[in-house]
Design a protein. Structure first.
Length: 276
């Protein structure tokens, strides 16, 4: 995995956020965060995310994926994710060597997933895709699109979460939770004292309805990048993505980013809940 040097601006922002946290008076979690402390942590987070945006380019991720959609014991597969940094993105899910469960391609407007064992493909274009629920309807229990997952795993959180925030509140160990009132992905985003995102929920603080909950753990790279993303839902869905290897290859060709269906494949519309 290639190590990168954090730009001085982002490094300074992280330092200032940690300093602000350390100098802040100790108060009980759940109370409003001091404005200066909240701003410092948020700006450190945005600097980190924007430095990752600036480093965007061809990538390939090899990750393990454990997921559960109901009362069964769950599934454990390998996920290969690659693109040239933007859409289109490709995702292959494999149960073992040579045993492909699904081949998926997603861009700004369309989602296409081919299931070799079924000799079927599922296709969608429109609101379901833009809302990030196509993977969920295909049977992978995450509330994000393939591009969203790629951005999260590559630390490009600014591509997923809007910059608007409100109601900053202290949480355990000096972290800060912000309500996300606008944008495509709303809810609550929690930052560590250093300004790294470590938890997101689709419900804002104080709301009683439980929904999606995502927690992020980091590697030891400089700057750190997400190593593990754990997603759960109150209804019993869960998914754990653990990055095993990161590569920065040469740009992929159009053919490598395409998804050609075998002759005779039955193509079906993907509707909400189709394969869950």
């Amino acid at each position: 995995m290639r190590r990168r040097i954090l730009p001085l601006l982002a490094l300074a922002a992280l330092f200032l956020a940690a300093l602000a946290q350390g100098c802040a008076p100790r108060v009980a979690p759940g109370v409003p965060a001091p404005a200066g402390q909240a701003d410092a942590a948020w700006h450190a987070y945005r600097s980190w995310a924007q430095s990752n945006d600036a480093d965007a380019g061809p990538f390939r991720l090899n990750a393990s994926l454990r997921y559960k959609t109901g009362e069964n014991d769950g599934n454990r597969v390998v996920a290969l994710l690659w693109s040239n940094g933007e859409v289109p993105l490709r995702l292959d899910i494999m149960a073992g060597i040579g045993a492909t469960v699904a081949r998926i391609r997603e861009d700004d407007t369309t989602f296409l997933a081919y299931a070799p064992n079924e000799h079927r493909a599922y296709y969608h274009s429109g609101d379901l895709n833009r809302g990030g629920r196509a993977l969920l309807s295909f049977g992978v229990p995450v509330p994000f699109s393939v591009p969203d997952l790629a951005n999260l795993l590559n630390g490009r959180f600014a591509q997923v979460f809007d910059d608007d925030r409100a109601d900053a509140r202290l949480v355990t160990d000096g972290g800060i939770a912000y309500t996300l009132p606008r944008g495509r992905v709303r809810g609550m985003l929690e930052l560590s004292p250093e300004g790294l995102p470590r938890r997101w929920t689709d419900t804002a603080p104080g709301e009683k309805q439980a929904g999606w909950d995502m927690r992020i753990d980091y590697d030891e790279a400089v700057p750190p990048l997400p190593r593990k993303i754990t997603i759960t839902h109150a209804k019993g869905y869960s998914a754990i993505l653990l990055v095993k290897e990161r590569e920065r290859p040469q740009p992929f060709t159009g053919e490598q980013l395409g998804l050609e269906l075998p002759e005779g494949t039955e193509v079906l519309p993907l509707r909400e809940g189709t394969r869950r």
